[in-house]
Ligand binder design. Structure first.
Ligand code: EPZ
Length: 420
């Protein structure tokens, strides 16, 4: 296991380049199960979760090559299984994204039921409700979800009781094999859902309305393999905005898409950042001390839950009290106890965090508990006086491509060390 060690208190200055988005890559890779043929992906991030989805696809029979950095070629012509094993699914719950494509391609899927995780119970009942509405039968058997559509799938009207990102992706992919039209209501509008729909349309699918809360899929169209460039990671981008904000630094962030994270940009401007944006880049300068702001997380286009922990780290040193309400996950506050170890003054009241800004944080050893909590602790460590050691950074490596190297290039005194 590794740890990240930071000597805090240095202003960041310089440029960073954003990698491809984890949460766009995973559904796109799952979509290769929909039809045979070589799918070429470029701008693929070098992340643990990408290795996991590749291992899962290989397990199912896919042929995969990685000809050069950032390029992955997947061909599922040799698909030989419809079962996603417990060992693979337990390491990455997004493995459940293979359910929809396997159901569409093979008429069945057997996927280990993803358990909960640090941030919440994270059920998949709405994914299964969608498959069932199209005529599939789902049953739990020894911890596996068995999904079968012996009589094929038919179009349906499906309403998502709660906005679900991977639920929208999963059911949209299954609907490609349904006879007739399927309407999805109260869909996720995340850029990653729009990206997936764009890819499916280029494959030959008939999908309308992606990016709105109503998507209509007309199934039965022949599909073919395509070449796809993964969109930039808006959460990695937001994490660097937070790093500039907390250190009063100035960063030029390249290869990002400002339109994908407007709520984040607006919030950090409210905190006192100066942010200019252009085609594929933004420049952010942090204030001397951030102003306190309130944050409510909600599905896109609202402030993303995946940026809540990083924003809290910045607000921990703001001038005033901020109220953060996490409305998406019921337990996404694991970073609070660790931020307190750095001197943050945060009071919890149900789903609300009252963050009383302190003049400064002081370094300590802290423990990463989940992906975005680990990013939050890195951001806090950049400003904390003295040394901060963030342990269990395997969480970080699931979603950030060598973040310590990118931060070091902008002046941070940061290193990755073995954690004995
Ligand atoms: C996706 O997870 C992202 N992961 C998450 O990013 C992100 O936090 C989340 O969307 C919300 O934006 C990927 O895209 C791989 P949801 P997902 O289904 O799809 C409830 C990160 O840090 N729900 O949108 O699993 C659920 O419990 C990760 O990169 C049901 O009740 O999230 C939650 O409260 C973390 N039943 C809410 O909906 C269901 O069937 C939103 O979950 C499905 C979801």
């Amino acid at each position: 296991m590794d740890k990240i060690v930071i000597e805090g208190g240095r202003r960041l200055e310089g440029e960073v380049t954003i990698a491809g988005a984890k949460n766009a890559s995973l559904p796109a890779f799952a979509a290769t199960l929909l039809c045979p043929g070589p799918f070429t992906f470029t701008n693929v991030p070098d992340l643990k979760d990408i290795d996991t989805i590749i291992a899962l696809l290989k397990d199912l029979g896919a042929a995969i090559t990685r000809p050069e950095k950032g390029v992955v070629v997947v061909d599922t012509a040799g698909l030989k299984s419809y079962e996603a094993s417990y060992d693979l699914v337990r390491t990455m719950r997004a493995s459940c994204l293979v359910m929809g494509p396997l159901l569409a391609r093979m008429g069945k899927a057997r996927v280990s039921h993803p358990g909960g995780c640090a941030i919440g119970e994270r059920p998949i009942n709405l994914h299964l409700k969608g498959f069932g509405a199209m005529g599939a039968h789902t049953a739990l058997d020894e911890g596996y979800v068995n999904i079968t559509a012996n009589d094929g799938l038919h179009g349906a009207k499906i309403y998502f009781d709660i906005v679900t990102v991977t639920g929208t992706a999963n059911v949209m992919m299954a609907a490609l094999a349904a006879e007739g039209a399927t309407t999805l209501e109260n869909c996720a509008r995340e850029p990653e859902v729009v990206f997936l729909a764009d890819m499916l349309v280029r494959m030959g699918a008939d999908i309308k309305g992606a990016g709105t809360d109503r998507i209509v899929i007309t199934g039965g169209r022949p599909l073919k393999a395509v070449e796809t460039a993964i969109i930039p990671d808006r959460i990695e981008t937001g994490t660097f905005i937070a790093a500039a904000a907390i250190t009063g630094g100035s960063l030029r962030i390249n290869r990002c898409n400002p339109a994908d994270f407007e709520a984040v940009t607006i919030k950090f401007i409210e905190m006192g950042c100066t942010i200019t944006e252009g085609n594929g880049w933004i420049e952010v300068s942090g204030p001397k001390r951030p102003a306190a702001v309130d944050i409510e997380t909600a599905p896109h286009p609202s402030f993303p839950t995946d940026m809540q922990a990083q924003a809290m780290a910045v607000l921990a040193v703001a001038d005033g009290t901020s109220v953060i309400h996490e409305s998406v996950f019921e337990n996404r506050y694991m970073h609070v106890a660790e931020l307190r170890r750095l001197g943050a003054d945060i009071r919890m009241k149900g789903a609300n965090a009252f963050v009383h800004g302190v003049p400064g944080l002081s370094g300590a050893t802290v423990m990463a508990t989940d992906l975005r909590a680990s990013a939050s602790l890195i951001v806090a460590g950049l400003a904390a006086k003295g040394k901060t050691s963030v342990r269990r950074v395997y969480h970080l490596d699931r979603g950030y491509e060598r973040i310590e190297e990118k931060l070091k290039k902008t002046g941070a005194r940061i290193s990755r060390q073995p954690d004995k």
